[in-house]
Design a binder for this molecule. Structure first.
Ligand code: SAM
Length: 279
């Protein structure tokens, strides 16, 4: 029996989503649950401490991330057998580009009752603001930091018939926009920034336009980046490269570029630059 609530919580693991910037987004169930558990597993006790303080809740915090060793995970799971334990991350929904996957899996394997309290998640808030198709979407987390790896992932995901959703950081945004421009120049993209906060904004446009905008106005804060699905008949740069290579076998780069521009509708100057690089 938990003396801190009229409705004691059963032992187990409670995955609790928390705000992504606006504290008003905490749910009633999240508050009730954080009040009812005997411990909160969290990424950073300072960040979660602030939230709990704001809610007037005093409860033991246990630092946890998926790099924690097996023994500390087992200790947490042993606690869940006897008591209700919450899992939160610094912001939003645990496990979504945040720790928790191993804990949840091991808790389930150990026969612990696990339940999830839905709430804020930046990917979904961004998608709803983007103006991009939302009937199908794919969340792909953070793109790799290295240029080649980032381009490879973009090419790998290019043909998926869904809006692609990525998490991004402000200092890396322009390089990523450049990579999208080079890989998928004709796709609409959306940049949703500082969601739920005072300076929330969402800009939708083509990679080159957004690149020009953010190069003159370097972005700040947290970012969700989305790429529209392919349109039927669309040519991505990999397809264009294949066509260019074919044309280069029999013509000069300038002729090959004009030929492929006619076939695909892609920019002739950019195709010429690619043809020169491929030659
Ligand atoms: N678990 C979180 C969730 O449910 O959205 C995501 C955690 S992940 C470590 C942090 C990334 O989420 C940020 O780099 C940013 O890409 C995105 N993010 C978090 N809060 C955001 C916000 N208020 N506006 C835009 N993006 C945000």
């Amino acid at each position: 029996m938990n003396s801190r609530t009229d409705h004691p919580l059963d032992p187990g693991l409670y995955i609790v989503a928390t705000p992504i910037g606006n504290l008003g987004d905490i749910t009633l169930r999240a508050i009730e649950t954080l009040r009812g558990v005997t411990a909160v597993a969290c990424e950073d006790t300072r960040v979660t401490g602030k939230l709990l303080n704001h809610l007037g809740i005093s409860v033991r915090m246990i630092r946890y991330d998926d790099h924690a060793d097996q023994a500390s995970r087992e200790r947490l799971i042993a606690r869940m057998r006897a008591e209700p334990v919450a899992l939160v991350s610094d912001a939003g929904t645990p496990l979504v580009s945040d720790p928790g996957f191993r804990l949840v899996r091991d808790a389930q394997k150990a026969g612990i009752s696990v339940t999830s309290l839905p709430g804020p998640v930046a990917a979904i808030a961004g998608l709803t603001l983007s103006g991009l198709p939302n009937d199908r979407f794919m969340f792909a987390g953070f793109l790799p930091v290295k240029d080649k790896a980032r381009r490879d992932v973009l090419s790998e995901l290019a043909d998926i018939p869904a809006t692609l959703i990525f998490y991004e950081t402000a200092p890396r945004l322009t390089r990523t926009l450049q990579a999208i421009h080079e890989t998928l120049p004709n796709r609409e993209i959306a940049v949703a920034r500082e969601l739920t906060k005072k300076f929330e904004e969402c800009r939708t446009g083509y990679p080159l336009d957004l690149l020009a905008y953010y190069e003159t106005k370097p972005p700040k804060g947290e970012i969700v980046l989305m790429i529209a699905p392919p349109t039927p008949g669309e040519t991505n740069t990999e397809d264009a490269d294949a066509l260019l290579r074919e044309a280069l076998a029999t013509s000069k780069p300038s002729q090959a570029a004009s030929h492929v521009a006619k076939l695909t509708g892609l920019d002739r100057k950019e195709l010429y630059a690619r043809a020169m690089a491929l030659k």
